[in-house]
Design a protein around this ligand. Structure first.
Ligand SMILES: [Zn+2]
Length: 474
């Protein structure tokens, strides 16, 4: 049924994933975890990794993870940990006072802070430690905004402490705020010039800012101080991009950094930027959001695209933190290319607005809506599938679609669009905006739907089927 439904666009979204818990308490979020004798193989955004079985405590199956190559997604899975805080008197007492019984004890922290009035170093160390403990606890609960507030407060008591500077930088990185992250990392570098982790994170910050040359330089510095599989894999990928893009030309506009193959026309590049700026303005007002960072765009010849992205053959363009578009010898922007750019740009907005915490069906549904697609000729087929009880549960379309065969992918795109179309047509884009805000704050998708639409997944699918019948039936 679905050949006519196939949408050639693709978003490397989130995937179901496992958590590897090490004996030292560290957790690694990974996909495709395989146990092979005395080794555990797994994949992260940075590539395939291997661990000795002996250091693994257990493996937790399931759970959502972002599986994009976007810097924010990778940062969320980095194994870099802030160095230990320097020892203070009664360290474990402070940690337990600040966080106990599954909550932060603000009364206790206020007491510790009170002691700093006399200005002693010990009291300042204790206050920093208490806020740091609160911040680490909030990270484990997925509450990054509050973790960042506490991390920054900790720093006010010990402004030169590398561990605290790195924690703030790391939290900015996880929220895709690369410039802010870099600022703190550069401060950390001045006080801890021999820390491999500082350079590792600096590499990611530069990578996120679309400055791969600086990222490569930082990762090389990091590796010269300490070998690290993640950094090695990130460096390899960045170098692969760099080789491909070596002969590319650059151009930029207010919100974009564009690279294109020398074989493409400079006029095409100029037109692409012009069209993108127009789309940017529209999407900005539709979603009521301005991405803080410039959006990277790469135009490829067809072969370059296949070599570099290693995406399935049905993928026409993709967005893995940068918008990657094959342009096949075009000399100007036609309506098809304009549509593709608008679709992929929507992904960049949603990615930045939600800090990457967004299910694939919402990403693809909203991107298609923005490019101007409507359910139309797909409505009848979708209704028939729904009435037969065969509709794909939206919960199953949260993860990556990368492994889907092309006909199934076509159905997934159409069904995602229909659900988003129903939401927008019923109450306007404001509902989507509110759902995205909740996802960005760490709420699960179904809870975000309940908060905004007062619907769960089943209600939404049923309403969507009714909407399709009413608007496209005869
Ligand atoms: Zn897409």
């Amino acid at each position: 049924m679905a050949a006519s439904l196939v949408c050639a666009l693709f978003w490397a979204g989130a995937a179901r994933a496992d958590k590897i818990v090490l004996k030292n308490g560290r957790k690694i979020v990974a996909s495709n975890v395989v146990e092979e004798g005395d080794k555990i193989r797994y994949e992260t955004s940075a590539g395939q990794m291997v661990l000795p079985r002996s250091i693994v405590d257990h493996i937790e199956k399931g759970g959502m993870m972002p599986l994009t190559d976007s810097p924010a997604a990778v940062a969320a899975n980095l194994s870099a940990e802030p160095p230990e805080l320097p020892p203070v008197a009664n360290a474990s007492g402070i940690d337990q006072g600040a966080v106990h019984d599954g909550a932060v004890d603000r009364t206790y922290i206020a007491k510790v802070v009170n002691e700093t009035r006399a200005g002693s170093l010990t009291a300042n160390q204790a206050a920093a430690r208490a806020y740091h403990a609160a911040s680490i606890f909030e990270v484990t609960k997925g509450d990054l905004p509050n973790a960042l507030i506490d991390a920054r407060t900790a720093l006010t008591y010990l402004p030169e402490e590398p561990a605290l500077l790195m924690n703030v930088a790391y939290l900015y990185l996880r929220q895709s705020q690369f410039k802010e992250s870099l600022e703190y990392l550069q401060r950390a570098e001045r006080v801890a010039p021999k820390s491999a982790d500082v350079y590792k994170l600096e590499g990611w910050a530069y990578y996120g800012m679309n400055r791969p040359d600086q990222a490569v330089a930082e990762w090389k510095k990091s590796l010269s101080l300490r070998p690290d599989a993640e950094t090695q894999a990130a460096l390899r990928k960045a170098l692969r991009d760099k080789t491909e893009e070596e002969n590319y030309l650059e151009n930029e506009s207010a919100h974009f950094q564009l690279k294109y193959n020398g074989a493409a026309q400079p006029e095409l590049a100029r037109q692409v930027l012009h069209v993108l700026e127009g789309h940017y303005e529209d999407i900005e007002s539709e979603l009521n959001f301005s991405p803080p960072d410039p959006v990277g765009v790469v135009l490829y010849t067809q072969q370059g695209f296949a070599d570099i992205t290693r995406a399935p053959g049905w993928v026409g363009a993709l967005n893995d933190g940068r918008i990657r578009v094959p342009v096949r010898g075009l000399t100007g922007v036609d309506s098809e290319l304009s549509r593709v750019l608008r679709h992929e740009l929507t992904h960049s907005f949603i990615q930045q607005k939600t800090h990457g915490r967004v299910p694939t069906w919402i990403q693809e549904g909203v991107a298609q809506w923005m490019e101007g697609k409507r359910s139309e000729e797909n409505a009848a087929v979708l209704v028939r599938i729904y009435d037969a009880g065969q509709a794909a549960p939206l919960g199953r379309l949260e993860g990556s679609w990368m492994g889907l065969p092309s006909d199934m992918a076509g159905y997934a795109y159409a069904w995602a669009l229909a659900n988003v179309e129903y939401i927008v047509e019923t109450d306007g884009m404001g509902d989507i905006e509110r759902i995205l805000d909740r996802l960005g704050a760490g709420t699960s998708t179904e809870q975000a739907l309940r908060d905004v639409l007062h619907d769960d997944y089943n209600d939404l699918m049923q309403s969507t089927a009714e909407y399709l019948k009413k608007n496209y039936g005869h």
